[in-house]
Design a protein around this ligand. Sequence first.
Ligand code: CA
Length: 360
Amino acid sequence: MKIRFALLKPAAVVAAVLAFVGAPALAQETHRLTLAETWGPNTPILGETTRHMAAMAEKMSGGRLQIRIDSSNKHKAPFGIFDMVKGGQYDMGHTASYYYKGKIPNTMYFTTVPFGMTTPEQYAWFYHGGGMELMEKVYGPHGLLSFPGGNTGNQMGGWFRKEITSVEDLQGLKMRTPGFAGEVMSEIGVAVTNIAPGELFTSLERGTIDALEWVGPALDLPMGFHSIANYYYSGWQEPSAEVQFLINQKTWQSLPDDLQEILRVAMRTAAYDMYTQSTHLNAAAWDKMKEEYPNVTHKTFPPEVIDALRDATMKLLAQEAEKDPLTREIIASQQEYLKRVRKWTEISDKAYLNSVSTVE
Ligand code: CA
C-alpha cells in the first residue's frame, strides 16, 4: 500500500491527467504512409536506405509514423515514381530526380551534373548554397516536396567490352547512361539508351547494348557486369549522384509538426548514412573484384575523350540555359557555387590526395 500511495502522489496524477487530456487528439494518431521505390526488391544500399529511413521514423515517432515500402516488382513502374506520388497513389517515393528529365527537364540538375560538384560540394550547395530552394521551385508546382535521399559518391564511368582510346571508339557504341550524361554522350556520337535496372545484365549479355554505366563497385558487383565486359572506367558523368525522397504535399500537410520533423530528420540521416555506406562498400567490393576477377582492368578515359565530353557538356548546358529562366537560374547557381567551393577543395582534399597521401 505504501508503494502504491507513493506512486500516486497528487502532483503526478494531475500531470498525467493533464498530459492525457491536454494533448491534441491528432498527435496520437498513427499515420500510415506508403512509399514506392524505383529499385527492385532487396537492392543493396538504395533499398536499404528506404528501410533505414522508415525504421528510424517509426522508432523516433513511437510507432505513430509507419511507412510501407513497395519495390518495383510490386508497383511495376520503376520510372513512374514521380507520377505516382504526384497523383497520390503513393505518399512518398525514393528515386533519382534525373530519371524524369524527359517530362520535366529541370529535375535532372538535382541528381548530378557532368563535370560538376563532388558529394561534399553538392551537399553544401543543397543546404547552404540555395539548392533546396531551387529544388522546391521545380517540384512545388507539381504538388511534391523533394529531399536529398542518399548519395552514391563519385560514380564509375562504366563497363566497356573494348578499350576506349579515342572519341571514334565511342561513336556508334550502344550504351546505357541516363540523365544529362546521356545527352552529352549522344552529342559525341554514342547511341544512348536508358534501360530499367533489372534488365541491364541481359541487355549487355545479349549485345542489345555494348557498354553501360551503373554506379560503382558495390552496386556493380552483384549485377555481374564484370563477367561480360572487362574495362572499368573512372567517371566524369556523375561526380556525386544524389537520389531523392519525394513526398506528396497533401500527405506532408496532413502530418503534425513533430512527425514532419521526424520524417525530415529520418530522411536526412538516411541520406548521409547511404553516402558513408557507399564509400565503405565500394572499397570492399573493389578489393574483391581485383582479387577474384583478374581480367577486370581499371582505366581512365584519355584526355582527348574527356575534352570532347567537357566541350559537349558546356555546349548543352548553355543551350539548356537559353530555354527557360528557371533552368538558367539553376545552372548559374550550380556553376557559381562550384567556382567558389572548388577553390577550397583544390587546396584541401585535392592537394592532400595529390601530395600527401600514399597508401600502399
Ligand atoms: Ca550511374
